[in-house]
Design a protein around this ligand. Sequence first.
Ligand code: NAD
Length: 364
Amino acid sequence: MTPSYRITLLPGDGIGPEIMAVAVEVLKAVGRQMNLAFEFEDALIGGAALEATGSPLPAETLNICRASDAVLLAAIGGYQWDTLPRHLRPETGLLGLRAGLGLFANLRPATILPQLVEASSLKREVVEGVDIMVVRELTGGIYFGTPRGIFQTETGHQRGVNTMAYTDEEIDRIGRVAFETARKRRGQLCSVDKANVLEVSQLWRDRITALASEYPDVSLSHLYVDNAAMQLIRWPKQFDTIVTGNLFGDILSDAAAMLTGSIGMLPSASLGSTGPGLYEPVHGSAPDIAGEDKANPLAQVLSAAMMLRYGLNQPTAADRIEQAVNKVLDQGYRTGDIMANNMIPVGCQGMGEALLRALDETNS
Ligand code: NAD
């Protein structure tokens, strides 16, 4: 029987619709090759949703997303909505979507593509071959812990307070996502904490260590966050999968991303315990180049590959897309953001056509 998947498409704003169109054609092509049936449904989010319905996240969008197997998002936002009250801002729609789908795990790969090694600010020998996945806890930790606020002290001073807290359940569920992710990669998991100073990190380390017995095929190590930051810059190739809390993950995933040097190439996935995951590029809606056929669609296409691998359990289809991306880069096709000497300039559509040709050639 042909496996069939319902996929919600959220093109959003700015370059979103342009890069989404490329990803959809790529998915259709892979679907034909691999005998997978995709049922796509478009829904509104961000500024586009606000203009059409008065809300950056209409209830209908959340319902459509919840009823699907996976959600593919492009990007939201634009200058024209930047001064609106917070509840109407496009970003509020995205935060509402993540909360509404219960997405507590954020997966951000930092993979150096050999063709783009020169884009990194680090030396070739340090970054060549880097392939890291950062698994960040997304809905707990210091960004959500209470008490929080700025309080008056008895001596008339102000005191700012945030609380870093994790329950055993929260640690276990992100830990499981991380072990499962490492298992699909090279089987090495590094847990990052600050257990020498923070009680919350001691609990984190205890729980992650206890989980390891359920995953004998994954080798677990631990690093303090300050050392992890140093090691990421010193010798990033030592890492396969990293798991960490919200604050540490926020910082380390950006540091890892910049090893690659090209934000227009980076996909991400956000997962919950049940229900569909959300797959989206790390970059924003790039309003400065929207509608000009200049956007790089590869982060969107690689997000679709992550959706196949982590959301729909179709790793071979994901491999095909990633191989096609490699091939078009080998062939020298470049959008403006990753342009280099002697390469072939293409726009968003041109890159899409090159990808389809590459997929065809791989199949024949
Ligand atoms: P941005 O990522 O949209 O753009 C930063 C720079 O990178 C711009 O020069 C842009 O042209 C370029 N760029 C980004 N993606 C590109 C691509 N695929 N191809 C070629 N060039 C690309 O970040 P920003 O300018 O800070 O934000 C613009 C809007 O996007 C804002 O409204 C912001 O709130 C929103 N935003 C949305 C998301 C999201 O949807 N997840 C993330 C970040 C920013």
